[in-house]
Ligand binder design. Structure first.
Ligand code: GLY
Ligand code: MN
Length: 446
């Protein structure tokens, strides 16, 4: 989709935000909020290198403008005002926005060199939302990130507008090109992890700091590190790599995609056949979990169902010697599938608003505890890994008899599996799968 079509509903998005912000301000005793986009951050206080700015999510909810010092003022009964720094800096300058569709929806103030934003800011019952608490103090604003107001603003991020859904769909489309290219590269050649990472950036036209999260590119045993980003430079020699786990996304106007695929080469031996069965099993159960989404269901119940599915798969493939039910009830599946089934997705890869409640104690890493509702966007990403640090205590504990350790040892060099799609909950009929719409192939063999 082109940017013109994507941004068609932007006016309604901003109008809805204005109404919702006004209500949140009134409910929290404020007349205005100063939303700071962020300042460039140093790599280290001892250095003079700067990271490119990624604007704060509250700011990006209105506009994806990554300009240090940009400030948005939202006031009850007034059009929002955007303050942008126009001072010429001959060392650095910010990336141009992807599109200028936002311009007509704001009042604009240009800050020249030496200007202080303070003279343009409202006074009275004003809150500040952003990272720059020091600036807020300088500007005389005492209410910095008031928790109740921030919670109210975060809650707005749970339900996506049509404009946001188009951005998320486009972010999926962009990432799908990268996934397809790396799938081909994996099956055809012997690039290193670093080379695959660089190829993904090239295909998706992203610089490394622009990706929604650091690409996870993991061959073989590295896939047992859930967030493997220390890319090996070395090409894998004879017989390898056997597996590739690629967890990588893209953005569109600040909105993220978050997609994982796992691919396996057929090694012609019994162990790789078992691993291939596990990959196909995770792919099949991921699709069943997508199909099981219904409005009104607790996301945590879907996560529990994922454990039932993983338990059954472990039993069917002989990795565990007990029933799938026993693998779940004894806690054994937690050693193979330690992370949550998914998380809300939007301006942040792990978006806010759906993890307000704590998960049950046996689901410590679950990042979505919401009741599933129309308009939510979240990931569904079951996994199965051979992680020594989690399996060793099982091996040394009372439940060791439940596991076929010889098979686990043989499978450990394959690392792990994760299959992840981004889905939007739709009226009545379950979900639209934003990822499979543009990347129908899940994980699997060549
Ligand atoms: N894609 C990384 C994560 O969800 O943690
Ligand atoms: Mn994810």
């Amino acid at each position: 989709m082109n940017l013109k079509a994507i941004t068609k509903g932007y006016g309604e998005h901003v109008a809805g935000l204005q109404r919702a912000y006004e209500a949140a301000l009134a409910a929290n005793g404020f007349d205005a909020v100063v939303v700071h986009g962020g300042a460039a951050k140093k790599r280290s206080e001892f250095d003079d290198q700067w990271w490119p700015l990624r604007a704060t999510p509250h700011f990006q909810h209105w506009v994806a403008l990554h300009e240090p010092g940009a400030v948005l003022i939202v006031r009850v009964g007034r059009r929002p005002t955007l303050l942008r720094v126009t001072a010429v800096d001959f060392w650095e300058h910010a990336a141009a926005p992807e599109s200028d569709h936002f311009v007509e929806h704001f009042e604009h103030v240009a800050l020249a060199a030496g200007d202080d934003a303070k003279e343009h800011l409202p006074t009275g019952r004003v809150a500040f939302v952003g990272d720059e608490a020091g600036l807020a103090a300088r500007w005389g604003i005492e209410a910095v990130n008031p928790p109740a107001l921030v919670a109210a603003l975060d809650a707005l991020r749970v339900y996506k507008t049509m404009y946001e859904l188009r951005c998320l769909a486009e972010a999926n489309r962009r990432a799908a090109h990268g996934h397809s290219a790396l799938r081909r590269a994996f099956f055809e050649g012997a690039s290193s992890e670093l080379e695959l990472h660089l190829a993904y950036l090239a295909v998706t036209q992203q610089d490394d700091p622009e990706t929604p999260y650091k690409n996870i590119v993991a061959y073989d045993a590295n896939a047992a590190t859930l967030h493997h980003v220390a890319y090996a430079r070395r090409r894998v020699g004879e017989g390898g790599p056997r597996t590739l786990l690629l967890d990588a996304g893209a953005t569109c106007l600040g909105y993220c995609s978050d997609i994982t695929r796992t691919w396996v080469r057929d090694g012609g031996d019994a162990t790789s056949a078992v691993f291939r069965g596990l990959v196909e099993g995770i792919e099949a159960l991921q699709l069943r979990l997508c199909a099981a989404v219904v409005v009104g269901m607790k996301y945590e119940a879907l996560h529990d169902r994922a454990h039932d599915e993983v338990g059954a798969l472990l039993a069917a493939t002989g990795v565990v010697k007990c029933s799938g039910d026993e693998a779940v009830s004894s806690g054994l599946t937690r050693a193979f599938f330690p992370h949550g089934l998914g998380h809300s997705l939007g301006l942040q890869c792990h978006d806010v608003g759906c993890a307000v409640l704590k998960p049950r104690a046996d689901n410590p890493f679950l990042r979505n505890t919401s009741t599933i509702d129309v308009g939510q966007v979240f990931t569904i990403e079951p996994g199965l890994y051979f992680i020594d640090a989690l399996l060793r205590p099982v091996r040394e504990g009372d439940g060791a008899h439940r596991v076929d350790w010889k098979l686990v040892e043989a499978l450990a060099p394959f690392g792990g599996i994760r299959i992840e799609d981004d889905v939007v909950v739709t009226d009545g009929a379950g979900i639209d799968n934003l990822t499979r719409a543009v990347l129908p192939e899940g994980g699997g063999a060549a």
